[in-house]
Structure formats: C-alpha cells, structure tokens
Design a protein around this ligand. Sequence first.
Ligand code: TEU
Length: 586
Amino acid sequence: FSTPQWWKESVVYQIYPASFQDSNGDGWGDVKGITSRLDYLKELGVDVVWSSPIFKSPQADMGYDIADYKDIDPAYGTLEDVDELISEAKKRNMKVMMDLVVNHTSNMHAWFLESCSSKDNPKRDWYIWKPPKSISPDGTPEPPNNWAQILGDANSAWNYDPVTKEYYLAVFTPEQPDLNWENPEVRAAVWDVMNFWMNRGAGGFRMDVINMISKVTTFPDAPIVLDPATHKYQPGVKFFTNGPKLHDYLQEMYREVLSKHDTITVGEMPGVSDENEILRTVGAKAEELRMIFIFDLVDIDKPNVRMALKPWDVKEMKSIISKWQRVMIERDGWNSVFIENHDNPRSVSRYTDDSDQWRDKGAKLLALMQTTLGGTLFVYQGEEIGIRNAPKDWPMTEYKDIETVNYWQKCEKIYANDPEKLAHGRKIVHMKARDHSRTPMQWDASPNAGFAEKGAKPWMRIMDDYTTINAEAQMKQESEDELSVWQFWQRGLHARKENKEAFVYGDFEELAPNDENIFAYVRTSATKPEQKWIVVLNFSGQEQTYDLPLKVESWVAGTYTKSKPDKSLRGKLVLRPWEGVLGSVA
Ligand code: TEU
C-alpha cells in the first residue's frame, strides 16, 4: 500500500497556454488569462496547474524550443505575471508546475549561439557536434549517422554548420539542438534553472522527454524500418531513450535539486515499456522522479512512427491499463493517469465515438474510468467538456503544428502521383495530428468562444461547435436526468477525493479481461476494506450484457443518469452504448 503523499492525491490540469485564455486581444493565450481562470479550475476540482512552456522562445515547436529559461515570452506576459499566477494559485491552495524542457534548447538560446561560433568556444561541448561521416568527391558532406528527425522524418537529425564544418544533433527539429548532458557544466546549468523556478515558488516540474538526455555516445546507425526508397533517414530513438547514463543524471538531479524541496515531478518518457526499467525511476525507494508518463496507452495506435496507424481493440486497451495498475501496486511504484495531452488527438474521438449522438456519453465514460483509476490524475484542457478532434473537412491550412506541416509536405512530395496514399496521409492527419488538442478552449457561446475578445484573430481556428460545446453551457446545464460532461467530471473528481483510499491508493482487480467490450474492475481500500467499488464500462456503441461476478450493494453513479442507476444488483447487468456505472460492493 503506497504511502500517502499530497502529490499522489492531487488532480493536475494541463494548460496549453497559447490556446487557453487570451487577456489582451492578440488572439494568443497568456499568463494573465490563466490567472483569470483559476477560480474555474478550483471549482472543477483541480489542485495543480501545469502549463506547457511559456518561456522566451521563437516558437518553432510552440515553446518546446526555449531561448531563455529564466524569462517569459512576451506573447505570454512577464515574470511578474507568473509571480502573480503563483501567488493567486497559492491563495486558492493550488500549485503551479513548470514545463522543464532540457533535453534541448532553442537554436536561438545564447548557449547555442556561443556553441556555434567556433570549435574552441567554451560552450562548444554543451551540444553534440560531430564531423561529417564522409565528404563526397563533389564536396557534399554526409551526416554522422542515419538518424531521422522526430518531427520531420524526411530529414536528418544532424544539421550541418558551414562555418565550423561540423554537424550538430537535433532529434526533434533543427531549431531544437540537443544539449550534451555528458558535460557536467550543462547539468549544473540545468540545476540552476530548476532552482530559479523553485525559488520563485513553482510547485514542481513536468520534464519534457527526460528519458532522452543520455545518448549512446558511439552514435550507431539505426536499423531500417521506414521504406528506404522514400526515407533516407531512420528512427534512431532506441539509441537515445533510456540511455546508459539516464539514472545517474536523474539521481544527480534529485540530490542537487529535488531532494531539497517538496515537489511534484513527472517525467515524460516516450518509448519505454519495460517495468523494471520504469521502476528504477518511480519505485518507492528510487530517488529520481515521483512519476512518469508511460506512453503505452496513447501509443496504442502507433506502429514505428507516430504519424501512422496501427489497429487496436478494447481488449488491448484494457490490458495496458490493468497492467500498469497492477505493476504499481505489486511493486510499490507510482504512476500518472492520463489519456490526453497536447501531443495527442482528443480522447473522446480516439477511444469512443465523437458523433453528435454519442460524444457526450463517450466523454463521461472516459471520465468515469479515469477518476476511478489509481495514480495521480492529469486532466487536459478541454477534456472536461469533451472537446473532439477537428472535423475531416478542415483544410490543411488550418493545421499549424510543425510535425503536421512537415508530415504533409512529405506526403505531397512522395505521394504526388498516388492519390490513394495521399488520401491515407490525409486520414492520418485527421486521426493523429497534434493540432486536434491545440484548438482554443471553448469557454462560452460568444464570438471567439470566450477565448479571445470579439474581433480578435485567434492564432488557431476555434472549433465551429463551440456554440453548443462550451464550459459555460455545461456548468449551468440543468437537466432533470443527466449531468453534463463538465458536471460529471466535477462530481467524479470530488468523489475520487472523498474515497481516495480506494480510488487513488486502493487495490485494483480486473474482472473480465477477456470481454471484448466491457472493462470492469474492483477498487478496494487497503486501510478501510469496507470501501469497495465496482466499475463497469461499456466501450462499445452497442448494448452489452455483463454477468456480474459479485453482488453489488447499490449502483451509485452512472454516465446516463444524475441519480442512482436503476440496474440489477446481481446476475445480468445490461449496459447501453458507451454506458458506465459505479457501484458499491457489500
Ligand atoms: O514530446 C515528446 C514526444 O516524444 C512526443 O510526444 C512527440 O510529440 C511525438 O513523438 C511526436 O511524434 C515532447 C513535447 O510534449 C512535444 O510537444 C515536443 O514537440 C517534443 O517533446 C519536443 O520538445
């Protein structure tokens, strides 16, 4: 039974700052906008606010390219605005978590500009520089190896600098050069940045791709997984995820910074599924991070690259969730619960049915599931009102994300004479683009959805459905028999806290792992065994019958009703499409 800690019980809300709330009419969200919505978040049941990066940045990758870790981008506001956000949050007993992006900086960071300037600059070794692998007779240099860029896999992860005639490594985009963590000066500079924010009152950090900081320093070629006819470069991720020195670095970070503060930390760790490896970071005795984001669930439809599709089914989804629930309980580790973020499509579109008929039910089903799973719960901006993916008919010009733009450019080039493949590429954009979760928040039915003042031009198109799907309408929805998605989340978050011994910390037992549509589990408190709950979720658009393996005392909540669901307590339980119910067990 995991030791209680505030950061285990907290509900974290992720803000995508450009799209949350604009306060000055420039169509771009800002820090003052976030502060103005703290009461809203408090009312929902949020304890910790994490904003994606707001630091000075050329915005090549929406702030994940930082040019100054100790200053705020003018588009977002000032350092004083952040001080105000932190103190206003504190007044409401909430904390603010910063996004720490230290695998790489912006190519406009002063460190990189110095590093570029000459081979003997003291900061040369702060980044990863290598001579060309070869130079062809006509003088064309070849990159040191065949690694592809992550956010544009038609290109090399190595970028040639004609001044010093070497390549620098930038695994995401050329504007995001990777820092050389082998260099102790780099690590000290990172600890300094962290202390700067801790001293300003930050409550903790979400750490961007923190499992990529240690690379295999022989930089071998990656195996060929993408069609070499169209892809000269190949995904090199396995040579820079959970590399040889990752744990040394994380332990040093813990010693130098984290152990001195009472923080919440979550490491973003794509591409790692091995439980022994993960527990080295999040086990109760590990002195590294409080928890990580494991990608198994959000990568369920990912083959070897993200902009592609792989079939999946409900059974697989259930097994991924159940596996991690069990691992953390049995081996005393801690995990995050999340299903959306700014890099993924909307959950209601991906895991349920986002049609007008079922969207609302699908969103509540996912809310019931997440509020009853063990771990620290992360809710993503707009998830609480069931925002869905942008519609199929949005022209490509509405897509702003660098990954989508690069992907589409590649498709147009390599599929120029293949309309079928091009249409498939378009389908992938519709299903996978990161843009889907980046559309402006739908606050109310007024022009610009309450995101920006009337007449402002939002940096990204607002979904047309905001007039009906918005926070204001859902907060005041007064229906005899149904809660809105927002009200359901609010109630769920409240119930989760009231019964945290079971929902946050309790045992997890999956009931029908082989059922192809029903996800059913029991959550039991270790300290108060009388606290026992059953959750039954129908992940299908058809009515399903489920044989209850135990006697239910009473059904207390459900996605179809405001009151107690009227269902059988033993024997056959019939669930309508996308229906979920929560019951107490005698
Ligand atoms: O994402 C890292 C990451 O590996 C993915 O989620 C990524 O979006 C995906 O692999 C793309 O195919 C983090 C940030 O969350 C993301 O927004 C940044 O673009 C990226 O790091 C670089 O900082």
